[in-house]
Design a protein around this ligand. Sequence first.
Ligand SMILES: [Zn+2]
Length: 96
Amino acid sequence: MLERLLGEVQQALYDKALAFRKANTHETSSYDELKKAVESGFAFAFWCGSGECEARIKEETRATMRNIPLEQPGGSGNCVYCGQAASERAIFGRAY
Ligand SMILES: [Zn+2]
């Protein structure tokens, strides 16, 4: 009984966190947009997969990569930092 309740509470917290993130994640197509997005939430942007781009973004915006969503909207674009062809999008956000 208690276990079930704890499970439900955890699920509710998880759902809330996920909903919050969804509502605060902005699709960005340029580095300027990413910088703006991480000021108030999360940025969803193409990333080439390079650790150097990740490190530079972190250094310049204080945003770190959160995860690469399993559900990719598809298509391809250019890395938000270096502009190289990219097929994946990642979520960036600042640590609070
Ligand atoms: Zn890159």
